[in-house]
Write a protein that binds this ligand. Structure first.
Ligand SMILES: *Cc1c(COP(=O)(O)O)cnc(C)c1O
Length: 380
């Protein structure tokens, strides 16, 4: 790759260093230490506390939802969101194969089976057209929902994922799913700060999940949030993730199979301080994306920019290279030269746990799998 030296020096200039440049690292430049110290001094570090409540209300304001529930990680937020959407053992859930493993695992943890459908080339997320075509061919609308004619199983939910913060075509997705009576559960793990037609991702489907893992835009070490505009579902999410214990001053009585998925107050303290920084992070990422966009345009490499009607958080920024050979070369040369880059995920149906699952042709997913790479995207 002839342009590689130019690329390496441009990225090193952005971060003003010759040392190793990671893909994405957190920045703690706000009230993180102050809130953590307060929490430790108070001894209220565990599964309840003021910062948990504050985190939930901050998320309600940012995502503009009726209810946000703090949980221990993003995967568990999706697991519970699917259950609340009505997914039961033996059901099927439509999702994309081009995603991080947590999306598919959250389905499997509910003893349901993923159906992997193709993504759109422009959004890199689940394609409403692919969903519509699949349902036209295999869907059978009954009184209590849509069933798969092939397997006789209920298609209980559809879970699109907003890849690297780029929102899927949500209007079209919701329309298709509404026609078939299938609830939409948004995997918004990567898209805190991303908007679709002015609405925050995660707030548009029935229910959504976010991640606050160490590599995400905002982190609290590990954490997640379930969000919904249906207050009853939100309350149920809180109940289920806190062991489904009936409120009582001292008796222990649990009336459903709940989970201990609570976010500790210590992590919530970190999360609150980080959420305060979100607007700054988003602005700074947007500036970096702008610099990248201009540079890569000048050397004829495709840098992925936000689509009309959307606002992207630029969580992990990405390039679309010419072919797999160019991609492999790029990954080798950058990683050998202290600039961390990464290919997009291996498609889910190539993994042993999911290779038996139903899928369509995956033309776009395979195209992107061979060409998309992530480049350093941390806040500078
Ligand atoms: C990060 C992520 C999750 C959740 O991850 P946790 O590490 O459990 O917080 C879920 N889905 C996608 C697509 C992700 O990128």
């Amino acid at each position: 790759m002839q342009k590689i030296n130019e690329i390496l020096s441009f990225i090193k200039d952005q971060y003003k260093t010759d040392d190793f440049i990671p893909l994405h690292v957190p920045r703690f430049r706000g009230n993180e230490k102050k809130y953590l110290n307060e929490t430790i001094d108070s001894t209220v570090v565990s599964s309840v506390g003021a910062y948990v409540d504050q985190f939930e209300s901050m998320m309600e304001n940012i995502v503009e939802v009726e209810k946000a529930v703090a949980v221990v990680n993003g995967t568990s937020s999706l697991q519970v969101a699917l259950r609340l959407a009505g997914v039961k053992a033996g059901d099927e859930v439509i999702t994309q194969a081009l995603t991080f493993i947590a999306t598919a695992n959250a389905i499997a943890y509910n003893h349901a089976e993923p159906i992997f459908l193709d993504v759109d080339l422009d959004t890199m997320g689940l394609s409403p057209k692919a969903v519509s075509e699949f349902l036209e061919e295999f869907g059978e609308l009954r009184e209590d929902g849509t069933y798969n004619k092939n397997t006789g199983k209920k298609i209980a939910a559809c879970m699109p994922m907003h890849t690297f913060g780029f929102p899927v075509h949500l209007d079209e997705m919701i329309t298709v799913c509404d026609n078939w009576g299938i609830p939409v559960v948004e995997d918004a793990a990567e898209s805190l700060g991303s908007y679709y037609k002015g609405k925050h991702t995660g707030s548009i489907g029935l229910i959504g999940g976010f991640s606050f893992n160490g590599n995400k835009t905002v982190t609290c070490g590990g954490g997640g949030a379930i969000v919904t505009n249906v207050l009853e579902l939100g309350k149920h999410a809180k109940y289920l993730t806190t062991t489904a214990k009936r409120p009582h001053p001292y008796e222990f009585f649990h009336d459903e199979l709940g989970y201990n998925f609570r976010m500790p107050n210590l992590n919530a303290a970190l999360a609150c301080a980080q959420l305060e920084m979100l607007p700054k992070f988003l602005e700074e990422k947007r500036n970096l994306a702008q610099e990248y966009a201009e540079f890569f345009k000048s050397i004829n490499i495709k840098f992925r920019e936000e689509l009309p009607d959307t606002k992207v958080n630029y969580w992990l920024m990405c390039l679309e290279l010419g072919d797999k050979e160019e991609r492999d070369n790029f990954l080798k040369l950058t990683n050998e030269n202290s600039v961390m880059t990464r290919p997009i995920w291996t498609l889910m149906f190539r993994l042993p746990m999911y290779e038996h699952c139903h899928r369509d042709q995956q033309k776009n997913a395979i195209f992107l799998e061979e060409r998309i790479v992530n480049i350093p995207s941390s806040v500078r």
